[in-house]
Design a binder for this molecule. Structure first.
Ligand SMILES: [Zn+2]
Length: 88
């Protein structure tokens, strides 16, 4: 398992990086999958990264997108949206 090292943060303290937490829905300890919304290009980009993320088990979203878009944290197991980090 090639897990990136992430800080453990409390619910509600989401940033633009994946966080490790216990999913309230499926009760598994997961590293959130970060999805970035807004913009067609970003959307398409995320579509590809979505599948890459599944294969590799972690997010490989470039920092340039990290800096510009809202980050939506999802449970990789049950797909529940666990939190949203907004830039603005
Ligand atoms: Zn879950």
């Amino acid at each position: 398992m090639a897990n990136v090292q992430v800080p453990v943060v409390a619910i509600g303290a989401f940033g633009d990086s994946p966080v490790q937490m216990t999913c309230p829905t499926c009760h598994q300890t997961v590293v959130t999958k970060v999805d970035f919304s807004s913009g067609v290009l970003t959307y398409l980009f995320c579509g590809g990264l979505f599948f890459c993320g599944f294969v590799l088990g972690c997010c490989l979203i470039p920092f340039c997108f990290d800096r510009l878009k809202d980050a939506k944290h999802m449970c990789p197991s049950c797909k529940t949206i666990l939190g949203v980090y907004k830039r603005l």
